[in-house]
Design a protein around this ligand. Structure first.
Ligand code: PLP
Length: 412
């Protein structure tokens, strides 16, 4: 018999979403007539819009012809990489600094191979779980010790610090995961804050993995959509991005990672060359059909559709946020992000989760599942059909009204 990879045994059991699914199943079994609505997950719900969908279909059709057939393309279609550089980064990167992927999450997992198990890892707390779980899998983080994994530095993002962490605790030569717009808090870092982040990375000899998967939800023109808008970012950051939440490609699978040639290891070797090696070794490139869809998404018509789709989810987010605020629940996010982060002071996240399931038949996500600083918070996701979101908001409003004066008064 083979030994189990010891790192797998370090992963905490009862991962957030399976636990939520279990509680939902149990509740549905006891309440078969309840019409449960989920505001809990980040999966998209709306159809892919016509110009982008046509690109996908045409990509599939082309594969049935001699002229249109294509096979492997490890680092991605040249035209797609060039288009991404032009549209997202004002042409500041050459095509060989942009790697097309099957999604941001997959690349975040693979990126750890570049740094091995000895690198100190820093995350925002709360954070998207894959940064932490990927670190555990590669052995860069050890066993669960009470409120976090051994070897990971958690930087608390709280109401008090405006959801931007104290960076003085960043260790030397660390890998810093930073997500903006943030999942789960919905907070978006300002340019000044990203400047601070870049300075902290430069001073500590660290590297930032900047996750910009929700950049297309930013509506405030003053907010940066990429770490490369900040001077010095090119010297200390790589960036992952995705078509999932902008074009509705959660199931199609397409993303990209920018690895500037300026990035070097301590030994002087280029990180870009190693990433090319990793991609060629364990990933044979994104689907060519998905890439045809990606190209269509980056035409003027496709970009208008990205705007239309993200506007739709932002409309949902505004409905949820306004409902919560009217009920006296303090929350952030939902304006430049599809997530709303709601605060229920002094309450246990799972207890609030159960209360909303029981009284409103709503599935949400307990904030504590994203890290210790998420305790007392609930994440509401705006991914859903409009009519369903409206019904969820009606239930929330009715519940909090029934508590006579909203959440705050009833829980003093
Ligand atoms: N990054 C963040 C912050 C996310 O929330 C998600 C998905 O929810 C991803 C990455 C995954 O993106 P992809 O679908 O491209 O793998």
């Amino acid at each position: 018999m083979l030994n189990r990879n010891a790192n797998l045994a370090n992963l905490k059991a009862g991962y957030l979403f399976p636990e939520i699914a279990r509680l939902r199943r149990d509740f549905a079994a006891l309440n078969p007539d309840a019409k449960i609505i989920s505001l809990g997950v980040g999966n998209t719900t709306e159809p892919i819009l016509p110009a982008i969908n046509h690109g996908l279909a045409a990509g599939a059709q082309a594969l049935g012809t001699i002229e249109g057939y294509s096979g492997y393309s490890d680092e991605g279609l040249l035209a797609l990489r060039e288009r991404i550089s032009t549209l997202w980064y004002k042409g500041m990167f050459s095509a060989d600094e942009i790697f097309i992927s099957d999604g941001a999450k997959c690349d975040i997992g693979r990126l750890q191979l570049l740094f091995g198990s000895d690198v100190p890892v820093v995350v925002q707390d709360p954070s998207y779980p894959v940064y932490v779980d990927g670190s555990v899998l590669i052995g860069a983080a050890g066993a669960w010790i009470g409120t976090g994994y051994k070897g990971i530095t958690y930087l608390a993002c709280t109401e008090e610090n405006g959801y931007f962490p104290d960076l003085s605790k960043v260790p030397h030569n660390a890998l810093i995961y930073f997500c903006s717009p943030n999942n789960p808090t919905g907070a978006v870092a300002t340019k000044e804050q990203l400047r601070e982040l870049v300075c902290a990375a430069q001073e500590s000899g660290s590297l930032i993995v900047f996750d910009a998967a929700y950049a297309e939800y930013i509506r405030d023109p003053a907010l940066p959509k990429t770490i490369f808008e900040v001077e010095g970012g090119i010297d200390c950051a790589l960036e992952v991005n995705s078509f999932s939440k902008s074009a509705g490609f959660t199931g199609v699978r397409l993303g990209w990672t920018v690895v500037p040639k300026t990035l070097k290891y301590a030994c002087g070797a280029r990180i870009n060359s190693d990433w090319s090696r990793v991609v060629g070794t364990i990933f044979n490139g994104a689907s060519n059909i998905a890439q045809a869809g990606g190209l269509a998404a980056l035409t003027p018509q496709g970009l208008a559709e990205i705007r239309e789709l993200s506007d739709y989810y932002l409309g949902n987010a505004a409905l949820i946020r306004d409902t919560l605020l009217n009920a006296g629940v303090s929350c952030i996010g939902g304006d430049n992000s599809p997530y709303i982060w709601a605060h229920f002071p002094a309450r246990d996240s799972w207890e609030v989760f159960r209360e909303l399931l029981e009284h409103c038949h709503l599935v949400t996500t307990p904030g504590s599942g994203f890290g210790p600083a998420g305790e007392s918070f609930i994440r509401f996701s705006a991914f859903g059909h409009r009519a369903v979101i409206e019904e969820a908001c009606r239930r929330l409003a009715a519940y909090y009204t029934s508590l006579k004066g909203g959440w705050e008064k009833s829980h003093d």
